[in-house]
Design a protein around this ligand. Structure first.
Ligand code: FNR
Length: 380
């Protein structure tokens, strides 16, 4: 009602409340270059489209005359109470969108009480982002560096900076075929953007012949060789389990057997995700993969979801299909590009307000009562 009450004085929101409009607005404001990097996906974009289509194919079946007077969006995820089943997904190189980059996004998350997942490929060192967040909940996303010394150093730094959970992204041992980036011949990392965690890392720096500022090109090439390791296999997870005491969540899981392998390896959770359609063109949609993963490990692991969430009803559907919480990527990145911290807060508040209303109007006082029975397959 806040928006309507403000509207009595003629004030309207600074950004649209239909978040699907943000991409176009950001492109108008910032130009096609930065938006190409954010909006772009693998191949012809078929997986990104499939993510949206798979969520839309499910339809909510609202129920009437249930008491939804008092409502509560809170959930428990990885043993922590969260005010809502939402986190900000790890997105690299946010300085492309706004000079305040990850710090602004992290402050927005902290102000709204949702966890921020900081990317390994951030343009701001992890300690600086942690400082911007105060005591707020933060998780660290690991692109598992090839050099174990650097991997260990990242884990130690993240722990010291108060990151509680480790989100290990498995679907990016190589960057995919992304035509919008290829056509612009632009990869931010090759310009030193998104390398802050590496360039500030003592173990990384120890591998350089000269300090970063004296030979930035050599530092970038060292990063390229370090970024990820396509040779890793399941037994390698023992290294992370040994060196990280808190919860570990594997991001990019789409097959039930991989989810079972995660449980067998002592992991705490998985993110059912296809990286927002940015890695494998023609891949299974994340929402198609979710029920199989929930069935396989829902009783053993925390199951989170991302890829294609744009609205409150999308979140409703992911939760009804068995996810405990969702991560949202591109929408908050556009919010950052359009209005900095306030833009990210706008996106979070819109998503949560729409989720709250969708739940209430469908007969639910909170996420706890959702089940697949709240959905049906649409035909039109
Ligand atoms: C990403 N994503 C990502 N994931 C990750 O684990 N580490 C990263 O550094 C990045 N970087 C990144 C950059 C950009 C521009 C995008 C759009 C995405 C993937 C991200 O965490 C998430 O899985 C998807 O964004 C979810 O899909 P939606 O919400 O964007 O559809």
């Amino acid at each position: 009602y806040e928006i309507y009450l403000n509207g009595m004085t003629g004030a309207v929101p600074r950004l649209p409340t239909d978040l699907t409009r943000l991409e176009e607005l950001t492109e108008q404001r910032l130009g096609p270059g930065p938006v190409g990097y954010v909006a772009g996906s693998a191949g012809d974009g078929s997986t990104a489209r499939a993510n949206r289509a798979a969520l839309k194919q499910h339809r909510i079946v609202p129920r009437m005359l249930r008491d939804v007077h008092e409502r509560d969006l809170s959930v428990e995820v990885l043993g922590r109470a969260l005010p809502a089943p939402l986190t900000l997904a790890p997105v690299g190189v946010l300085s492309i969108m706004h000079p305040d980059a990850e710090s602004a996004a992290a402050r927005a998350a902290a102000a709204q009480g949702v966890p921020f997942v900081l990317s390994s490929a951030s343009s701001t060192p992890m300690e600086q982002v942690a400082e911007a967040m105060g005591d707020a909940e933060r998780w660290f996303q690991l692109y598992w560096p090839k050099d174990p010394e650097v991997a260990l150093s990242f884990l130690n730094r993240a722990k010291a900076a108060g990151y509680t959970a480790l989100v290990v992204t498995l679907d990016t041992p190589l960057l995919a075929w992304r035509p919008r980036d290829l056509d612009q011949a632009y990869l931010p990392f090759l310009h030193g953007v998104g390398t802050a965690n590496y360039f500030t890392d003592p173990a990384f720096r120890a591998g350089l012949a000269k300090p970063v500022h004296e030979d930035p090109n050599a530092a970038v090439m060292h990063f390229v060789g370090m970024f990820a390791d396509p040779g890793k296999t399941w037994p390698d997870l023992a290294f992370l389990r040994e060196h990280w005491d808190g919860p570990i969540v594997l991001k990019g899981i789409l097959h039930p057997d991989d989810a079972r392998a995660a449980a067998d390896a002592g992991m705490d959770g998985v993110v059912v995700s296809n990286h927002g359609g940015r890695q494998v063109a023609g891949s299974i949609a994340a929402a198609e993969a979710l029920p199989g993963v929930v069935k396989a490990v829902g009783d053993r692991l925390t199951v989170l979801f991302d890829s294609g969430i744009r609205t409150g009803d999308d979140i409703f559907k992911a939760l009804a299909l068995g996810a405990e919480a969702v991560l949202v990527g591109r929408p908050y990145v556009y919010g950052l590009g359009l209005d900095g911290q306030a833009g990210v807060e706008h996106v979070i508040r819109c998503l949560l307000a729409e989720l709250d209303l969708t739940l209430a109007l469908s007969g639910h006082a909170g996420p706890g009562t959702l089940s697949p029975a709240d959905l049906t397959e649409g035909r039109a």
